[in-house]
Design a protein around this ligand. Sequence first.
Ligand SMILES: [Zn+2]
Length: 130
Amino acid sequence: MAGRQSPVLREIADLIGRGCRLRCPCCGYGRLFKSAIRMHDRCSACGERFEREPGQWLGAVYVNLGLTLGLTVTGYFLLRTFTSLTTSQQLAIWTAIAALAPFAFYRLSKGLWTSFVFLGEGLYIQWPSR
Ligand SMILES: [Zn+2]
């Protein structure tokens, strides 16, 4: 049984990796972004649509919040463990980082969300063949 599930898990990891690399979740070749913040409508390599419905990008906001929260909480505990910074110093550092991180994670969160949407839709359509 585990041998049968392994290719699916590998496919899911591959899809998420494509999102992290800001590539088309379907083929892995086309770029998601044409500029710093603007996305292509379709993949230049395979023609897959990146935005399937209006309001789709709301999910990317939650991905962005999760990434920001993960960074700040992990960073807080790492600094607390390995430095002697006071709580107010930590608060100043992590408040600034929490304010800036969503901008830094913008592309990554949209790339990951595109992969998640494709993964969800991909369960009902044929997986890309290689
Ligand atoms: Zn593609």
